[in-house]
Design a binder for this molecule. Structure first.
Ligand code: UDP
Ligand code: MG
Length: 328
């Protein structure tokens, strides 16, 4: 978009108009369908140049053969990276982003759940609105189990409640981003990727594009429950310190209640004189230690939260624009 300053480190100027990043994991059945449809869309856009970057995320079927064939048939547009094993969707997309050269980058699933045809109107909207991020937001989902829809809804809402960055609800990774956003993502070296959160964190001008999510064209979901759970954990730990603060919160709550109970214990022991031998001292010790321990754990949690902020090593801020130095 506009050539404003994006980072201190000057990055190479984009070489192509549009890069499309496609992670693929066991997609041999949909690959030809996907290529035919995206090819038609990209040809129709009449861009000066574009590239299609596939990342084979350790597929165990013949996806890699398919990619080799595509790259051989369309060497001017198709490039593929093949990871040594299955690293997961988020890392596969990150690997793709590392090599894009596009002014604008589209991230899209290969299974045709995100209709490639939408890239045309999305690109028009991105340009018209001078946006940096246009994320596709699901109006409805086709052909997905009730359990998946329910857990996804619950997940997005919980995240919204627990995080400080505003991560849009019902939004996957299907989106267009400008190269300055890609530059920032490359400067976020965190190990546990949650790209939607990271992109929300980057800022600039972001907008939603509503669409209906289709059913998978062929093949099966690569997102097992285990992978979804890992994604949710990465999202939570990457963008929220609320769980760490839980111990301090409980510590103070427990200490408050303990204090009242201690007063009652002392009252029974000294005034009412209605007690069993040993009861008062035992009560005092248990209540005191319970509170102290939780507060101490909470304190460690606070430090751990700060430590993880530092370890993530994100840029402290991202510049949108700069008027330049004042000349005396
Ligand atoms: N994918 C991947 N690595 C994985 C799982 C999935 O690269 O470990 C790719 C997959 O090929 C597809 C996209 O990520 O292009 C979304 O995955 P999928 O359709 O399986 O997830 P769902 O849509 O069911 O959430
Ligand atoms: Mg899918």
């Amino acid at each position: 978009m506009a050539d404003s300053v994006s980072s201190a480190r000057v990055s190479a100027a984009p070489a192509v108009s549009l890069s499309v990043v496609v992670p693929v994991f066991n997609e041999e059945a949909v690959l030809p369908l996907f290529y035919a449809r995206i090819r038609a869309v990209l040809d129709g856009l009449r861009l000066p140049s574009w590239e299609l970057i596939f990342i084979n995320d350790g597929s165990r079927d013949r996806t890699l053969d398919g990619l080799r064939a595509l790259a051989a048939a369309d060497p001017a547009h198709v490039r593929y990276l093949s990871l040594s094993r299955n690293f997961g969707h988020q890392i596969a997309v990150s690997a793709g982003l590392d090599v894009t050269r596009g002014e604008v980058v589209a991230i899209i699933d290969a299974d045709l759940q995100d209709p490639p045809e939408l890239i045309a109107p999305m690109l028009a909207e991105l340009r018209a609105g001078q946006l940096d991020v246009l994320y596709a937001q699901r109006r409805k989902r086709e052909g997905e189990s009730f359990a998946k829809t329910l857990t996804a809804r619950g997940f997005y809402r919980t995240m919204a409640a627990l995080t400080s960055v505003e991560i849009p609800v019902d939004t996957g990774d299907f989106r267009l981003i400008t190269h300055r956003v890609v530059d920032v993502l490359r400067r976020m070296p965190e190990q546990h990727k949650f790209l939607r959160g990271q992109i929300a964190w980057v800022g600039f001008r972001q907008q939603a594009f509503l669409y209906d999510r289709a059913a998978r064209a062929a093949g099966e979901t690569g997102y097992t429950w285990k992978k979804m759970l890992r994604l949710a954990t990465d999202a939570l730990t990457g963008f929220s310190n609320v769980p760490l603060k839980l111990a301090s919160f409980m510590g103070f709550a427990v200490s408050g209640v303990s204090l009242l109970l201690m007063l009652y214990t002392l009252y029974s022991r000294l005034v009412l004189k209605d007690y069993q031998p040993g009861w008062a001292s035992l009560m005092m010790t248990v209540l005191f230690l319970g509170g102290i321990q939780l507060i101490a754990v909470g304190l460690i949690g606070e430090y751990l939260g700060r430590l993880s902020d530092n370890v993530r090593n994100r840029p402290l801020y991202i510049l949108g624009e700069d008027s330049g130095e004042i000349k005396a």
